[in-house]
Design a protein. Sequence first.
Length: 66
Amino acid sequence: MLIDELLQAESWGIVHEKWIPAIKEAIALGEVDKLIELRGRFPYFFENSLKQLKKAEREFIRNRLW
């Protein structure tokens, strides 16, 4: 999974182009725990990535992560 790659990365720059696909994949698979962990580790970049998601994907995150 792409989100696992993000969680193992030392810095966000290494995997910058994978943020949106990883978040979308985690949403599709219902990986709420991994999304919470990603948000906790890279809060600024996670929040900025939400702008690139579809409305339904943003609602999924709002409903399950907040």
